[in-house]
Design a protein around this ligand. Sequence first.
Ligand SMILES: NC(=O)C1=CN([C@@H]2O[C@H](COP(=O)(O)OP(=O)(O)OC[C@H]3O[C@@H](n4cnc5c(N)ncnc54)[C@H](OP(=O)(O)O)[C@@H]3O)[C@@H](O)[C@H]2O)[C@H](O)CC1
Length: 227
Amino acid sequence: MELAGLACAQTLAKVYPKATHSRVLVCCGPGNQGGDGLVAARHLAQFGYKPTLYMPKPGNKDIYKRLQIQCNNMLIPSLPSTTNELSQALSVSDVILDAIFGFSFSPPVRAPFDAVLPLLAKSGKPIVSVDIPSGWDVEKGKIPFSVKKVEGEGEVKEEETTFEGLEPDVLVSLTAPKLGARDFKGRHFLGGRFVPKTLEQKHDLNLLEYPGYEQIVELPTNTTQKL
Ligand SMILES: NC(=O)C1=CN([C@@H]2O[C@H](COP(=O)(O)OP(=O)(O)OC[C@H]3O[C@@H](n4cnc5c(N)ncnc54)[C@H](OP(=O)(O)O)[C@@H]3O)[C@@H](O)[C@H]2O)[C@H](O)CC1
């Protein structure tokens, strides 16, 4: 999780320099991917960014709680979980780190994320997604499902509408790109320089070389299925 989170922070910093994109809204889900987001927030703060955490449903594992304490110790602010707070924070953010759902998500999305994902999508802010864009099925990719309707100023309605998940500008795949990411069209990075050679050989992963001491490598477009 530590190296995965560092890879996410490095990816965001490479694409969005802090001179123009210092205010990062780090949205974390309840699972290990949320933990990656907390680690990334800590590294972003160390890099000189101004991360703010949004955890509409914080995880309950010990590791998650310890990562939250580390963020508190870095004086990283954390938003209340309401969608009103989210809307306001989105209006003053430069970029979103989407660490909500990873490979354990299966659509349709349940509350409270059925209101959160449409708000992120409507914000118009650049999005960096971790492992798989939130709302996409890890194998099938984009599948339409029902979510809460969001209007104008971010008001969440009781009515429902169809949604296919976030459309990020940047994706950082961890270990290896997931099958569901094959339709992803933006800048795509591979992160997590931690895979043992034995595992790489066993699964015939054919991973790219990481440059120098970096935790990430950018993938040429449309390579998801070839790796
Ligand atoms: N080697 C690696 O690739 C590593 C990957 N890491 C990261 O970990 C995630 C996978 O973590 P995991 O904990 O298995 O799962 P997720 O983070 O994807 O999310 C699980 C929680 O999400 C909630 N959930 C699932 N489906 C839904 C849904 N349809 N609606 C609402 N909520 C949903 C669920 O929470 P509950 O509270 O409802 O139980 C799950 O608990 C991987 O993608 C990487 O990002 C690690 O960093 C290690 C290395």
